[in-house]
Each structure stands twice: as structure tokens, then as C-alpha cells.
Design a protein around this ligand. Structure first.
Ligand code: PLP
Ligand code: NAG
Ligand code: NAG
Length: 466
């Protein structure tokens, strides 16, 4: 049942292997060499224990120095935090040891089997039934956890499936403090579903620490935040909000990290308890899988969510797990390109006469540019801008695009553009939209991986027609 624990077993097994081999050789020895062999074994056990101890010592020292490195406020050339070493290596190797499969397959097999043979009643080899655990899912969950410097990972059939499971941890009478600028589906789930379960929800501007403090009630159990927000790119100070929430025992702080991915922001390092993902977006990045995930270091929260993952049955298919696992290998490469493409586009738009204002946390004009540099490793391909005029101008612009596709969603390799007031955020009540600044002139872009010159040329010709 310990299916998704991020184990260091792979390495430990290697350290132990010589001992096992030693025992096998021992059996073949004659009685005359028995004594000498025992001495040899004792010695080799002592040596391997010693190596194992030193290895662990080294590992601990390395882990703490790398977490220190992660905490250090070092700056890269663009002013954002600079990446500690090893992200891509983890993305390519964690959970992937070929020696865990009898076939030694380097790309692990997709295990479609829904059931697993047992040695005897109740004696299984780690897997019983596909809903409660599957080898392909296991590999992915371990890999995702490691990318967030987390111990435990779980995947779900969609991002909202992950959110539903997290909310199911609560009960009638509990209270949630949520950000006021959330993904539409999360907003709908909290307003229309959680409320019906007798859970209270307050939507709060989490960039205002005084409001955050005031929002906490004796029955508050969960903080739900997104940063940067959608579509206004407001940045929430994860460390500050977590500190306020954690003054009250029993509050779990969740960060929906979909917009940046584990490559550009690692909320557990900043004090959050749980990271949630719509893997559908950047983590998979190829616009061909709907899936969600959560990562935590808190064993009690993990056990509860693992129980609910199985009990509620919101699990992904092994084939989709395989696809996301494959996509993670290029996460770092993709995010670097999303980052540089979107910043170049933001700079271009900022100088264009038909553009009123650009919202991109990487621009010095963004009100929380300094905070973004302090808590992230850069910004992804999501950005918004206000076109001068209203619905007519924005519609003309969107219809004139050739390389950008007019569509909802985000985080794929392809560039998308959309109008939140009419498309993704149409369900937000008009008054709330106006208060937030979601006007008919606000265009959201998900900048993809194409050649940036082609993207800029496309925006330029479409702006001419706006
Ligand atoms: C898409 C999205 C979700 C929901 O994820 P699904 O995989 O579509 O269920 C949640 N949060 C954010 C920020 C998203 O962009
Ligand atoms: C990072 O940049 C800030 C200002 O942007 C500066 O004050 C600080 O000293 C820099 N830190 C490092 C480690 O270079
Ligand atoms: C995921 O993909 C990589 C190859 O890019 C491989 O190392 C890994 O084992 C794969 N895992 C699964 C479950 O397919």
C-alpha cells in the first residue's frame, strides 16, 4: 500500500546488493573455509554498513546544502531566483530505475492490468487493484513529487479531480479561505459544490495581508491560492500567506501551481503544505492529456488524500500517466522557451501604440515584479494585455491571428489567444469581472514554443487590423 512514497530505495538497494551476493557465494563454500568465510562476510558487512552510513551522511549533507541553495536568494541574470542544480536529471530519472522491471526496460512498460496476482491471500507484490495503485502511475507520482522537493505525490483524473479530493478532506461546518481571482472551474466547485456540502468559503484578495489575517475563523481548515492568478497575473506572497495561516494549527495551505509548473515555482520550499496541479497544462504541455496531481511533505495529509484517491476513485489511466511522464522529460526545456518567448512578446507589446497595458510578472512595470523575482525562477508563457478600445477591437485582433490559435486552455507547445470576458471567465458575474478588471479589452495569451519572431510578426499584423 506504500505505493507513492518517494523512496530512496533504488540507491539503497545498490548499497545493499553486495551483501546479498556475498551470502549466495557463501552457500557454495565448503566447511573448511566456513570460518574464513564468516570472517570475510562479517568484514564485508561491516564495510558495506560503513559505506552505507557514509553514503547516507553524504546524502543528508547534500540534501541540506541543496535545500539551503534553494532557499538562498541568489539572482540569475534576469533577476529571478537561479535554479539549483539537478532539476532535469530528476525529471528524467526519478522513479525510472530500469532494474525495478524484470525486463529492465529503460522506458517502463505501460501496465494496463486492472488486477495483480497475489502470492497468497493478502500477500501481494505492492499492487492489488488498478484504482488503488498501478505501476505506471506509481512511476509518475514519484517523479512529480521529486520535482517539487516533496516526499509524496498523487495523481488524479483531472486538475479539478485533485481539487475535489482535497476538498473532500473537509467536512460540514469547515471554512475555506480562497483567493478572489481563481481558475473558473475552481471557483465553480467552491461556490456550487463545496457550499452545498455545508462548507463555508470566503474569497479574499490574498495580496493584502491584513485581509488574509482577518479572513481566518476558528473553523478555517484550508487556504486555497493560485499565483500568478488567472487572467490578471496577480502574484501572491506564498511565504507570507503560509506564515499567517500556520499561526493557527490545523490549517492546510494549498497552492495551485498550474501556471508556473514545478520548474518555475516550488511552493513547498516556500512554506505551503500541498501543491496542486492541473497537469493538463504546462506539466504535460502537449495539450493531449487531462490530469491532475498533488504533492506534499505532510505524511498525515498524504495518507488522507491517498485514502480518498482510492475511496472516491478519481484516478487517471495508465496510458495518460505514461504520456505525462514522457512530457516531464522536456519540462525544463519547454519552460525556458515559454519564459523567453513570453518576455520578448511582453516587451514588444509594451511598446505598441494599440496596447494600453501589459500584465507580465517579468516586466518591471508589473506591480509585484520584485516579489515574482524573489519567489519564482521566472515566468511562464501566460500573460495578458489590454488592447485600446473594447469588444470590437479585441475581436478584430483575435480573428486576424494566424500563428496564435483562438482557443481556451493554456500551457501547451502551441500559442493560444483568448478573450476572458467572453470565453474562460464568462461565468464570473459581470460586477465581479468589472471589479477585477476583466474587461472586453483584456486579451490573454498562452505563448507557446514557436519561433518568437513569427509570434511577434503575427501579433503585429493582427494589431494593425484591430
Ligand atoms: C485548468 C486549470 C485547472 C483545472 O484543471 P483540469 O485539468 O482542467 O481539471 C485548475 N487550475 C488552473 C490554474 C487551471 O489552469
Ligand atoms: C539580487 O538582486 C538584488 C536587487 O535586485 C540585490 O539587492 C541582491 O544583492 C542580489 N543578490 C545576489 C545574491 O546577487
Ligand atoms: C517516462 O519517460 C522516460 C523516457 O523519456 C523514461 O525514462 C521513463 O521510464 C518513462 N516512464 C514511464 C512510466 O513511461
Amino acid at each position: 500500500s506504500k505505493i507513492c512514497v518517494v523512496r530512496t530505495v533504488d540507491l539503497e538497494d545498490r548499497a545493499r546488493r553486495p551483501r546479498v551476493a556475498g551470502h549466495l557465494i557463501l552457500r557454495r563454500r565448503t566447511r573448511r573455509t566456513w570460518c574464513a568465510a564468516r570472517v570475510l562476510v562479517a568484514l564485508s558487512v561491516a564495510v558495506s554498513e560503513c559505506c552505507y552510513f557514509l553514503f547516507n551522511l553524504f546524502k543528508t549533507a547534500f540534501a541540506s546544502s541543496s535545500s539551503r541553495e534553494a532557499m538562498a536568494q541568489s539572482n540569475s541574470s534576469d533577476g529571478f531566483l537561479s535554479q539549483p542544480k539537478g532539476f532535469s536529471t530528476k525529471a528524467i530519472h526519478v522513479g525510472q530505475d530500469p532494474e525495478q522491471w524484470n525486463s529492465m526496460a529503460v522506458v517502463p512498460p505501460i501496465s494496463m492490468s486492472t488486477t495483480f496476482k497475489q502470492h497468497g491471500p493478502g500477500q501481494h507484490a505492492g499492487f492489488e487493484y488498478g484504482r488503488s495503485g498501478n505501476p505506471t502511475r506509481d512511476v509518475l507520482e514519484r517523479c512529480i513529487a521529486s520535482l517539487d522537493n516533496g516526499r509524496f505525490g498523487l495523481t488524479f483524473s483531472s486538475g479539478l479531480g485533485a481539487t475535489t479530493t482535497i476538498i473532500t478532506m473537509l467536512q460540514n461546518g469547515d471554512h475555506i479561505v480562497a483567493g478572489d481571482d481563481l481558475y473558473g472551474g475552481t471557483n465553480r466547485l467552491l461556490r456550487n459544490v463545496a457550499l452545498k456540502m455545508g462548507i463555508e468559503v470566503d474569497f479574499v484578495d490574498l495580496t493584502n495581508m491584513q485581509l488574509v489575517e482577518q479572513a481566518i475563523k476558528p473553523n478555517t481548515r484550508l487556504f486555497w491560492m493560485e499565483t500568478p492568478t488567472n487572467p490578471l497575473l496577480k502574484v501572491v506572497d506564498i511565504r507570507a500567506v503560509s506564515e499567517i495561516a500556520h499561526k493557527h494549527p490545523g490549517i492546510v495551505v494549498v497552492v495551485d501551481n498550474t501556471f508556473l509548473s514545478s520548474y518555475l515555482q516550488r511552493p513547498l520550499d516556500l512554506g505551503a503544505d500541498v501543491v496542486m496541479y492541473s497537469l493538463t497544462k504546462y506539466m504535460n504541455g502537449h495539450s493531449d492529456v487531462i490530469m491532475g496531481a498533488m504533492v506534499t511533505n505532510d505524511e498525515a495529509v498524504y495518507e488522507r488524500l491517498k485514502y480518498l484517491q482510492n475511496a472516491a476513485g478519481i484516478v487517471p489511466s495508465p496510458f495518460d500517466c505514461y504520456l505525462v511522464n514522457r512530457s516531464l522529460k522536456t519540462l525544463a526545456l519547454r519552460m525556458e522557451r515559454h519564459k523567453s518567448n513570453s518576455l520578448a512578446i511582453a516587451r514588444f507589446l509594451e511598446t505598441h501604440p494599440k496596447v494600453e497595458r501589459v500584465l507580465h510578472p517579468g516586466l518591471p512595470s508589473h506591480p509585484q515584479h520584485e516579489l515574482a523575482k524573489r519567489q519564482t525562477y521566472g515566468h511562464s508563457g501566460i500573460m495578458s494585455f489590454y488592447i485600446r478600445g473594447g469588444l470590437e477591437e479585441s475581436s478584430n485582433f483575435l480573428k486576424a491571428l494566424h500563428v496564435f490559435t483562438l482557443a481556451e486552455s493554456l500551457g501547451g507547445y502551441e500559442s493560444l489567444a483568448e478573450l476572458p470576458s467572453v470565453m474562460t471567465h464568462a461565468s464570473v458575474p459581470l460586477q465581479q469581472r468589472q471589479e477585477l478588471g476583466i474587461t472586453d479589452g483584456l486579451v490573454r495569451l498562452s505563448v507557446g514554443l514557436e519561433d518568437v519572431d513569427d509570434l511577434i510578426a503575427d501579433l503585429k499584423q493582427a494589431l494593425d487590423k484591430a
